[in-house]
Design a protein around this ligand. Structure first.
Ligand code: COA
Length: 329
């Protein structure tokens, strides 16, 4: 599904329960995958599983998506080969985790450069979209590289209850350069229309006249819009930036950092990352306008190397001048 997962999930679960003729109160455990996966998909599934677990007062057992794949690879493994689950993360990187022949984890899930992925010495059973990228002669590639809900449910039966609900597993690219990312405190993800309400909430903490979710969703639906959302340690949204591409230039439409997250370098990091990413898409210049009285934003842009190119008198509704600024990417 492109969108609408949140609306579809509960009725689907209800239909499956009805088909199996099992009442909800007969459930003893819930299994759910924790990622890596898409931000929205993970949050919807985890929120639903956790909510159901809370209502039924039963444990919710989380499995990484890699572990879920390994369970599938272990099902037909007559030679009892060690297993490596690997998802292609593009740009020469992969999410990877290694397991024994019975899908017991031997390492933690990690995002690695392909050259950093360590394969066991002997023949290995590989599963996932990255398998063909690293397979050697003698390795096996498991067919059907997708998690299987039935296998997860069986594995959850015997898994010890961790005593706390599962959290989404977001893995960061290992090449993320800015300090906040390096310190593992922040991750920057692509903003999609499903994030519109999160962005609107952040926008309302930063501007007296807030953009509503519908307006932001429309912007994000436009293929020329580039949006990035910054998530803090508990995946709490901390800030976002929106830009619009026009030929080989891009205009910063807005940037906002939650008041509690300011002056920690997040605004600069988002600008730097966006500029870097747009640069690799052939964008050579960023431009923007900022209210003359917005001293913090102007200080941010000055610090980020923007130079003033002009002024529009009484441009904003409150009569403030707009300062026009630009920088190369
Ligand atoms: C403008 C904004 C995005 C800055 O985000 P931020 O994460 O706090 O910025 P950073 O921590 O990266 O700041 C980088 C530099 O900008 C300058 N700066 C940022 N905020 C400043 C402030 N309030 N006063 C003075 N300088 C400031 C400083 O030079 C700072 O470096 P330093 O902290 O090492 O001194 C944030 O204040 C915000 O969301 N404001 C409301 C929304 C807004 O006005 N957006 C811009 C619309 S054009």
């Amino acid at each position: 599904m492109a969108k609408g997962h949140a609306e579809a999930l509960a009725p689907m679960v209800e239909a499956v329960m009805a088909e199996a003729n099992v009442p909800f109160h007969a459930l003893t455990r819930i299994a759910v995958t924790t990622g890596p996966g898409t931000f929205t998909g993970l949050r919807i599934a985890l929120a639903f599983a956790r909510g159901l677990g809370l209502a039924l007062q039963i444990p919710v057992i989380g499995f990484s998506s890699l572990e879920a794949m390994a369970l599938r690879a272990a099902r037909q493994n007559p030679q009892r080969l060690p297993i490596l689950a690997i998802i292609d993360a593009r740009r020469g990187q992969a999410y990877a985790q290694s397991f024994d022949a019975a899908a017991n984890a031997k390492s933690s899930p990690a995002i690695l450069l392909l050259s950093e992925v360590t394969l066991p010495n002997g023949p290995t059973r590989l599963i996932g979209s990255g398998a063909h990228l690293i397979a050697r002669a003698g390795d096996e590639i498991a067919p059907e590289p997708f998690p299987d809900a039935g296998l997860l449910a069986r594995a959850a039966e015997t898994r010890p209850d961790p005593g706390h609900p599962p959290h989404p597993l977001y893995l960061r690219p290992s090449d993320a350069k800015p300090q906040l990312l390096l310190k593992g405190q922040m991750q920057l993800i692509r903003a999609v229309p499903e994030h519109a309400s999160v962005l609107a909430a952040l926008h309302s903490t930063a501007f007296p006249t807030a953009w509503d979710g519908e307006f932001i969703a429309n912007l994000l639906q436009n293929p020329a819009t580039e949006g990035r959302l910054a998530l803090g340690p508990d995946d709490m949204p901390q800030g976002f930036i929106l830009a619009s591409r026009i030929l080989d230039e891009a205009e910063i439409l807005t940037i906002a950092v939650h008041p509690k997250a300011r002056r920690k370098g997040l605004g600069s990091m988002m600008l730097a990352r966006l500029c870097e990413e747009l640069g690799s898409l052939g964008i050579s210049r960023l431009f923007l306008d900022v209210a003359e009285s917005n001293t913090s934003a102007r200080a941010l842009y000055d610090a980020a190397g923007f130079a003033q190119t002009g002024r529009r008198r009484a441009y904003y509704a409150d009569g403030d001048d707009a300062i026009l600024m630009t920088r190369a990417c």
